[in-house]
Design a protein around this ligand. Structure first.
Ligand code: ATP
Ligand code: MN
Length: 432
């Protein structure tokens, strides 16, 4: 539609054709208003019954809410209209009539359950505050990509259908690949590591990961977006610097470029990009601080994973993004480089409410790596495609994986990670 004008661009004095959805029809007797909505906003269309063609008035006032229409007419200034202008229609064309019964009210006057919203995402995203989440998500991904390029990374895309998993066998989704067993990829971990040994050296990937999580929780998806970084000749501290830069860049871009979306979410006043360095606590300090809060029934001891209540207690205590470093080797994956017999280079980056990132320096020494596979109960033979490249010149390297939806969820204070995904996959949900 070449001659279509967005509602936001309709200026007094123009003759325009605006097209979009019927947001509302208000019939006041002699005069009636139709509010037309498009992606840029809304505009009022005025019907003066005595002065207009009966057919035109009838078409405009009988159309069901959420139908798609186009209106051609003159734009005039009208201070009482919601946007200060209104259109006096010369013609109204009903392009796609909506059913009078809608499964969801896009005006937001009637609240809907999350499951109803997810079943009807098309209607759900007609709401400004829902659309805003995905505008912000797009800006975050743009800013993250830009920051990675500034860090000298090359964007890569690795396979999502794989022969082996790395992050624990129980979380794998098996599939049949031409009669052979295969899996959906849980993480680009091994592939991105193979690329630091290539001529690329420093890479990032933004792509889906698939995990058959044991529990249905507000912060786990079965298909999530992983933002991954891996760099040759870097150690875990340099990887943490890159992680901090990427997360800050995402916040700063949203603050600079998404004020309308933040307003729609009612966050414009409180939204703040994190400033200063993220504190770096050792695991040992972390468990001491958690124990000191007295929030846990049983105090944590060395080697325990941090329970969710522990993460919350510590997050409250620290009050900003922070790193936990120096994790016990035994609870970090085998591909993480150890500092000594007990402590690894593994780190997590935390939002006060949950884990966002796991990373570390990687084991690049062939013999140690093969030993790690065995200790983990994995057959090194099955990972031959990976380990053998460590025999042909593999530099020391470090990296991390950041949960894209967790970043959006914590940034916007969403109660459920599913709100940050258009079509989430969980135990109950396989379509739409
Ligand atoms: P958690 O302990 O919170 O389940 P994890 O330690 O198993 O996460 P990692 O393997 O460290 O997850 O993955 C790196 C990052 O990817 C996590 O910090 C998180 O932000 C994100 N992530 C992992 N699994 C999921 C999931 N099922 N849904 C959404 N994001 C996830
Ligand atoms: Mn983790």
């Amino acid at each position: 539609m070449d001659d279509r004008t967005y509602t936001a661009d309709a200026e007094p004095g123009d003759t325009v054709t605006v097209a979009g959805w019927v947001h509302e029809v208000r019939d006041l007797g002699g005069i009636a208003f139709l509010i037309l909505r498009d992606t840029t906003g809304k505009i009022q269309v005025k019907f003066e019954k005595d002065e207009m063609d009966d057919d035109l008035v009838e078409t405009g006032l009988n159309v069901h809410r959420e139908s798609v229409i186009s209106v051609t007419g003159d734009v005039e200034e009208e201070p009482r209209a919601p946007t200060g202008v209104e259109v006096t229609p010369a013609s109204v064309d009903v392009i796609s009539e909506a059913d009078p019964e809608l499964p969801l009210d896009p005006s937001g006057k009637v609240d809907a359950e999350l499951s109803t919203r997810l079943d009807n995402r098309t209607l759900d995203l007609r709401k400004d505050e829902v659309k805003a989440i995905f505008e912000i998500r797009a800006e975050v991904l743009r800013a993250v990509r830009e920051q990675f390029r500034e860090l000298g990374c090359t964007e890569i895309n690795t396979p999502k259908i794989v022969a082996t998993g790395t992050e624990g066998g129980t979380e794998l989704f098996p599939i049949t690949y031409f009669g052979q067993e295969a899996f959906m990829n849980q993480s680009p971990q091994l592939f991105k590591q193979l690329m630091v040994g290539s001529g690329l050296e420093r890479v990032f990937e933004i792509g889906p990961i698939f995990r058959a999580e044991e529990h249905n929780t507000p912060r786990h998806l079965n298909e999530a977006t992983s933002i991954d970084f891996e760099s040759a000749f870097s150690d875990h501290t340099e990887a943490m610097d890159a992680c901090e830069a990427v997360v800050k860049a995402a916040y700063e871009a949203v603050e600079a470029n998404c004020q309308d979306a933040l307003e729609a979410l009612d966050l414009a006043d409180e939204f703040e990009a994190p400033e200063g360095e993220f504190p770096r606590l050792t695991y040992e300090e972390a468990i001491e601080r958690i124990n000191a809060t007295g929030e846990l029934d049983e105090p944590l001891v060395w080697g325990d994973d941090l329970p969710t209540e522990g993460e919350h207690a510590l997050g409250q205590d620290v009050g900003e993004h922070y790193f936990i470093t120096d994790w016990p080797s035994e609870i970090k994956p085998f591909y993480i480089m150890d500092k000594d017999d007990e402590v690894s280079t593994g780190f997590d980056m935390m939002h006060p409410s949950m884990e966002l990132v796991s990373g570390g320096q990687r084991e690049h020494r062939y013999d140690h790596l093969v030993e790690g596979f065995e200790q983990q109960g994995l057959d090194p033979e099955a990972f031959d495609y990976y380990t053998k490249m460590f025999k042909y010149g593999m530099p020391p390297h470090a990296g991390w994986g950041l949960g894209g939806e967790r970043l959006i969820m914590t940034m916007l204070g969403l109660g459920n990670i599913r709100e940050a995904v258009l079509f989430p996959r969980d135990r109950q949900r396989l379509s739409p």
